[in-house]
Ligand binder design. Structure first.
Ligand code: ATP
Length: 358
């Protein structure tokens, strides 16, 4: 690649204002270390943008993002946005839809030495991101949940061949980069014969293009039990939207909580780094938010961009961040309170950046 990568910085709300700067600090350090050129584009979004500009998603944002390779998005605290204000919308689903960010990739990795239920887990849940049950995502216009009478609610779940096939392919590609070379498709085609049935058919169809990868299928309820009892048996897991949403939080709980749950939403041309956790207003402004999830979401973005644009320096930068984080965790001296330490958000970010530079 003979140009700089273009990466946007959208801080989001609440603890986003604290953890996103740490992620950018570490990514900048990794870029400097590997001589990777990155042009950064800070852009207003969320409550701060609404207070300053009158919009949570200011006009021109999508057009600007269209010119970038990817971006880091902090958590969005839309529940606290002013009600009945047409410009105070939740920007998140709009970004995912507009850029067709169809794969939400959520790793759950445990570290010996950190408080967790298991110390030997390394799995990734690949969740379909733009279909399924969430009512703000599964229709072209209007809402996928409605109430025909005061005592009846109907929730629509959307499953398409194309959406299922795309997310399955993303999972198989990911499995190829990992030693176990295994994909587990999670569904319940015994009950949801058409919806889950279509998802399963597409997973099997895509599997034919990957003879080097084993495909395993597990019913979602059984998977929930097996995930809690023996999470080590899973590697790459692919599933539909709501199953993936729930199961990835369970997986985060097995390895130490939401502070340790990074994520990347990837599409055909761009990717968005955004941690699994929400904006955590209860701990905002206290300098105790764990920056791990946001930093490692940035790390995933670097790796994704490196593979997408055939840019070995970005792949290297991602490896450098991963190693630096591992070193900080192994040393155990600069960890935030949720990990049993006493460090502030900035102190932990500084420690990771210092390890990147070392
Ligand atoms: P959303 O609905 O937007 O996903 P949520 O209501 O599920 O959000 P979060 O904002 O994710 O909740 O936070 C849940 C709890 O997890 C918070 O109360 C907070 O204590 C903890 N938490 C979340 N993120 C972090 C973090 N980065 N560091 C430490 N604790 C965190």
């Amino acid at each position: 690649m003979n140009r700089a990568l273009k990466i946007g910085i959208l801080e989001g709300d609440d603890i986003g204002l604290e953890v996103v700067p740490e992620a950018i600090k570490v990514m900048r350090a990794a870029a400097a270390k590997t001589r990777l050129s990155i042009e950064w584009f800070p852009m207003p979004i969320g409550r701060k943008a609404f207070d300053q500009l009158g919009y949570t998603l200011p006009p021109g944002t999508l057009e600007k993002l269209d010119t970038l390779d990817g971006w880091v998005l902090g958590p969005i605290g839309h529940q606290a946005y002013p009600k009945d204000q047409p410009n105070a919308i939740n920007p998140h689903p709009i970004l995912r839809k507009h850029f067709d960010l169809f794969a939400n990739i959520r790793p759950a990795k445990s570290y010996p030495g950190l408080p967790a239920l298991y110390h030997d887990v390394d799995l990734i849940i690949v969740r379909e991101n733009n279909e399924g049950f969430p009512p703000d995502r599964n229709t072209y216009m209007g809402n996928g949940e409605f109430r025909p009478t005061p005592d009846m609610t109907i929730s629509i779940r959307l499953v398409t061949r194309q959406g299922s096939s795309k997310v399955a392919r993303a999972a198989f590609e990911l499995a190829r980069t990992r030693p176990r070379r295994k994909v587990t498709a999670v569904h319940k085609n015994t009950v949801f014969k058409l919806g889950c049935g279509m998802f399963a058919e597409e997973c099997r169809r895509v599997a034919q293009d990957y003879p080097d990868i084993t495909l395993d299928e597990v019913m979602v309820d059984t998977f929930g039990m097996r995930l809690v009892m023996k999470p080590q048996q899973f590697d790459v897991v692919v599933t539909t939207n709501t199953f993936g949403d729930i199961l990835s939080d369970v997986a985060a709980g097995l390895v130490g909580g939401l502070g340790l749950a990074p994520a990347l939403s990837a599409g055909p041309a761009r990717a968005m780094a955004q941690a699994t956790h929400g904006s955590a207003p209860d701990i905002a402004g206290k300098s105790i938010a764990n920056p791990y999830a946001m930093i490692m979401s940035g790390q995933m973005l670097l790796a994704w961009l490196g593979h997408k644009h055939d840019e070995p320096k970005a792949v290297k930068a991602a490896e450098v961040v991963e190693r630096a984080m591992q070193n900080v965790i192994n040393a155990g001296k600069t960890l935030t309170p949720d990990l049993g330490g006493k460090a502030s958000t900035v102190e932990m970010g500084d420690a990771v950046a210092a390890q990147v530079q070392a």
